[in-house]
Design a protein around this ligand. Structure first.
Ligand SMILES: Cc1cc2nc3c(=O)[nH]c(=O)nc-3n(C[C@H](O)[C@H](O)[C@H](O)COP(=O)(O)OP(=O)(O)OC[C@H]3O[C@@H](n4cnc5c(N)ncnc54)[C@H](O)[C@@H]3O)c2cc1C
Length: 294
């Protein structure tokens, strides 16, 4: 049944809600206290200059694409996105900071402001995280294969009854497993946050891929979990990556694609891990490294 709906404000949220409600057949009215629409994203035009009031970065383009396609349109029917270089400039009284469009330029700007900082930033981003991951994996494998506690954990995981007969204390094994899992999850979360962003519910988004990685690799096999992680991550990226940029590099300008050239929207990342999980459970339930069957 069609209803009369009144929406206060004309920002992105109100405008998009109004579009969907109108599409569903309702009578929608929007009330805005300012003289123009757009909310935080509106423009201020003064003395011949146009200023953006709020947003400057075009984040999550797939969401805009999906919104337009829900109404049978394309973003390219209305606007074109050009990558800016420099991305932006910050003006101080005595200096201008120029943020370039790639990591190399950003590092160079850091270097200009403080000698050695650009190299440090680059090292930190590219090398430190990878190094730390390799060190952690090596310590974990050394611990599991070379120490008495690690061996008792593996023995308990392989054959519970035999492990109990050889005098392994199951409570101790479970406690140590939880401590190690907690430490690794904390470090993993901190590194993930450095690479992406820190958000309280990030863990929830990563639960399914982590679960899938452990099963794909083989439950109970640490190397399997390591490899399973890469299989899941690369499959997700391969299927949801926007290949537009890639084609822009390899094709002549006249053949540049207009769309993002994505096999699947990034919203379907979960579906990719879930599908892999289902396929593995159906066809190879003990995973790549023949772990346990759940
Ligand atoms: C400085 C700044 C930089 C930002 N940078 C980015 C960025 O780079 N990239 C990005 O994606 N996001 C950015 N954002 C965030 C983004 O702008 C907002 O998330 C988005 O615009 C919010 O939209 P909204 O519809 O939720 O709210 P708003 O855009 O705030 O819309 C609310 C509307 O309601 C109206 N209103 C409120 N009360 C009443 C009332 N009583 N009667 C009538 N009208 C009323 C307001 O006037 C306004 O038009 C930035 C925000 C700011 C402030």
């Amino acid at each position: 049944m069609s209803k009369n709906i009144h929406i206060i404000g004309s920002g992105f949220s109100s405008l998009s809600a109004a579009c969907y409600l109108a599409k569903a057949g309702h009578q929608v009215s929007i009330y805005e206290k300012n003289s123009s629409v757009g909310g935080r994203a509106r423009q201020l035009i003064k003395n011949g200059f146009t200023f953006d009031i709020g947003p400057s970065w075009y984040w999550m383009p797939d969401i805009f694409d999906r919104f337009f396609s829900d109404f049978g349109k394309k973003t390219s029917d209305y606007y074109q996105i050009d990558k800016l270089d420099p991305a932006y400039k910050i003006f101080f009284d005595d200096d201008i900071i120029t943020v370039g469009d790639c990591m190399e330029k950003i590092c160079n700007e850091f270097e200009r402001i403080e000698k050695g900082s650009g190299i440090k930033l680059n090292k930190f981003i590219n090398v430190k995280i990878l190094k730390l991951k390799l060190i952690l994996v090596s310590i974990l494998f050394w611990f599991l294969n070379k120490t008495k506690t690690g061996k008792s954990m593996r023995a308990y995981s392989d054959n519970e009854d035999l492990a109990l007969l050889s005098g392994i204390d199951p409570k101790r094994v479970v406690m140590i497993t939880w401590i190690i899992a907690g430490i690794l999850a904390t470090i993993g979360g901190a590194l993930y946050g450095l690479d992406k962003s820190f958000k309280p519910f990030t863990y929830f988004n990563n639960m399914l891929p982590i679960f899938a990685a452990a099963i794909v690799g083989g439950i109970g096999n640490p190397f399997g979990a390591f490899l399973g992680g890469y299989v899941i991550a690369f499959s997700e990226i391969f299927l949801t990556y926007a290949y537009k940029k890639f084609f822009m590099y390899v094709l002549p300008a006249s053949m540049e694609p207009e769309t993002l050239v994505q096999l699947l929207s990034t919203d379907y990342k979960f579906a990719v891990s879930f599908s892999i999980l289902v396929i593995v459970l159906l066809y190879r339930p003990n995973g790549i490294f023949k772990g346990k069957v759940l």
